[in-house]
Design a protein around this ligand. Structure first.
Ligand code: C5P
Length: 240
């Protein structure tokens, strides 16, 4: 049983641009403590001995830049670069198509823009997939959760969702290869587009377990997030 990692990194990062108008770099190429975000993420997975291969999906005009970074930071031969798609799901699909996996192999999908993932959480996710076939990292909700209806006048609350029934989905999201491939095939056939892999597996009838995540494993999305990530990075025991 091998573990393959997919890192979708083909987003445009448009929400980031307000605070970084001087740079045209998509967020996954911005630097955290002088090192590109994508490289921090690759380093975290490279720390896990059971990870056999890593696949990064990037936009076609970023292929050269990523290939150079992979070389410069010592990942040559260990990381495959594939072309991303118009949606995150399409980017993951392209990487999935490039992976030659046995049915019981494990595939972990992780947002390239969550560079503060740690090896212990990755290991726990792998163990949970071995036990349950599918598992994602999730964070219990601490705020009270409201369901709303969007109106021209703004959001109107329609229900309060008991927060013990809610977790915020993070990544990595891990699955047996046969299950993830079937879930993607069914989603494509039904023209379903989800914002994470678990939603595809859920609709394919898979039971997905949740592994406890951490607030540090957040998705760098908007201006200010880089500063927050630097704060968390300084607190990590093995400062990457
Ligand atoms: O856009 P969002 O914040 O959900 O992106 C999550 C991850 O998916 C990011 O790492 C981003 O680069 C990636 N992505 C992708 N292809 C897209 C859109 C997003 O690989 N078309």
């Amino acid at each position: 049983m091998r573990v393959h990692v997919i890192l979708p990194a083909a987003g445009l990062g448009t929400r980031m641009s307000a605070g970084h108008s001087s740079t045209t770099a998509p967020k996954q190429f911005l630097e955290l403590a002088g090192v590109p975000i994508l490289i921090h993420t690759l380093r975290a997975f490279a720390e896990v001995p059971r990870v056999a291969a890593m696949y990064v999906a990037v936009r076609s005009n970023e292929m050269d830049r990523v290939a150079a970074q992979i070389r410069d930071y010592g990942f040559a031969g260990k990381v495959h670069v594939v072309t991303g798609g118009d949606t995150r799901q399409e980017s993951v699909q392209h990487a999935l198509d490039a992976i030659d996996c046995d049915p019981d192999d494990i595939i972990l999908v992780h947002d390239a823009v969550r560079p503060l993932i740690d090896a212990a959480t990755i290991e726990r996710t792998i163990r949970a997939v071995e036990k349950h076939e599918a598992a994602i990292v999730g964070l219990p909700a601490v705020d009270t959760i409201k369901q709303v209806e969007r109106t021209a006048d703004g959001a109107i609350i329609t229900a309060t969702v008991p927060r013990e029934y809610v977790v915020q989905a993070q990544t990595p999201q891990g699955f047996r290869c046969h299950l993830l491939k079937r879930a993607f095939a069914e989603a494509t056939a039904d023209e379903f587009v989800g914002t994470d892999e678990a939603s595809l597996v859920e609709r394919a009838g898979g039971e997905v377990a949740v592994v406890l995540g951490s607030p540090a494993n957040f998705k760098i999305t908007q201006p200010g997030d880089l500063e927050l990530a630097e704060f968390y990075l300084q607190r990590q025991p093995a400062h990457r």
